[in-house]
Design a protein around this ligand. Sequence first.
Ligand SMILES: Nc1ncnc2c1ncn2[C@@H]1O[C@H](COP(=O)(O)OP(=O)(O)OP(=O)(O)O)[C@@H](O)[C@H]1O
Length: 510
Amino acid sequence: MHTDLWERGCERLAAELPEQQFNTWIRPLPPADVTLAGDGVLVGLRVPNRFKLDWIRAQYGSRIEATLSELAGKPVRLELSLLPRDAVARAQGMAAAPAAQAGAAPQPTQSPMAIGAALHAAATARHDPQSVVPTPGGSANGRAAPRVGEPGGPVGTSTLPVAPTLSPAVSRGRLNPALTFDTLVPGRANQMARTAALHVVGAPGHMYNPLFIYGGVGLGKTHLIHAVGNALIRDNPDARVLYLHAEQFISDVVRNYQRKTFDELKAKYHSLDLLLIDDVQFFAGKDRTQEEFFNAFEALLAKRAHIIMTSDTYPKGLVDIDERLTSRFDAGLTVAIEPPELEMRVAILMKKSDAEGSRMPEDVAFFVAKNVRANVRELEGALRKVLAYSRFSHKEISINLAREALKDLLSIQNRQVSVENIQKTVADFYKIKIADMYSKKRPASIARPRQIAMYLAKEMTQKSLPEIGELFGGRDHTTVLHAVRKIGGERQKNTELNQQLHVLEQTLKG
Ligand SMILES: Nc1ncnc2c1ncn2[C@@H]1O[C@H](COP(=O)(O)OP(=O)(O)OP(=O)(O)O)[C@@H](O)[C@H]1O
């Protein structure tokens, strides 16, 4: 077994990567789970938040896989997942004291892995934006520069001053130069959001301010707002653009609160031309953060700076966020990004495989796209698996190869969802009693979830209409057919319903 594979990998990465990059991104990770999987090795890494997960995957994923594969002498597949929230919260609670000493250097005598475990708690509690933010990645003329960690890319320590008021170069450093409009595949699912975003690039500070983009996980919200930032800086290299995840804003507020340096916070945020802030649902229940964000928001709009926010739900659907904020979020333009349809998924697979230098034949792209429907992030994961499998096995990319590479994923997808499970999940979601699924009650608050459950039963199980009717309290098959048509039709037009169905489908697929 390769029990010490991760530790050896860390040692190698510590020697190869610039020190600050290793210390920021790899060292704080908790020890990986290493398991043998077929002819290869599966290395599971848990990361405290989505921002870090995306960054580590984009910047270091292939490098980690290559390093570990070399050490193991067999193919290694890296799987990144989020640490459960309670584990993060526990670590934050435990780390209250170390957080005060954020930045303390690890003891050199410890192994990278031991240090990783020890520092993990402090790192998750710290969330120091300056420490987690990558070094500048854009060139002076705004064209894409090599990424952090790539040959020719910037080294760990920024030579730029980190002033409370961001210099344009520092703000540019927070954008991922790979996330542009060119690399974002357009389609019906992101048409509105993309068009609105392009308007902002054309006339920042004018129309659609603030722009609020919402949608389920992995659908391209972050990509789109980075694209706006990158395009704006390309057109105007002096523009002060800041991208940050809502959690970083929260940490900034906490830090300035502790130090009583609110003027610095104001100077930093109120001076921007474009603020891109991801996942504002994270502000829930954080009153002081909401107050500071409100102040920044008002100051930026007053000087015609643009604000773009993303969230997993529309403004009125945000919970534990002050209404004076949510009503302002809704005051510009609110647009949804929907799950991509089949053709768009195929286009994404083909574009991304081209970018990797291994074209995926169209029939294979259709096969993968038909089987991976949840979101683009999962689609990318499936693509990575197929490409890696083809590389390691020295075989051409074909449907058979894709079937083999994705067999775990396909077996999960094919797992049967039962009508009983659908009834329970839908009842929980809409907060009605499960008995109402079989009852004859007709108020809309009950009849509609029941119709939604019937629709999902038809979509997600092999049951016939009469069988479904029977399982819903002995209803006639025409009642089921009516529900299936009604909900299916509405889904096409009603974004909110579509999002709810998407969440339910994801939950049911486990
Ligand atoms: N239309 C698209 N074309 C190309 N790539 C896309 C598209 N949509 C999403 N992606 C890619 O899918 C991945 C996930 O997208 P992104 O991180 O922007 O999703 P998100 O909606 O912000 O998710 P989350 O809410 O989980 O943060 C990224 O690698 C992104 O580049």
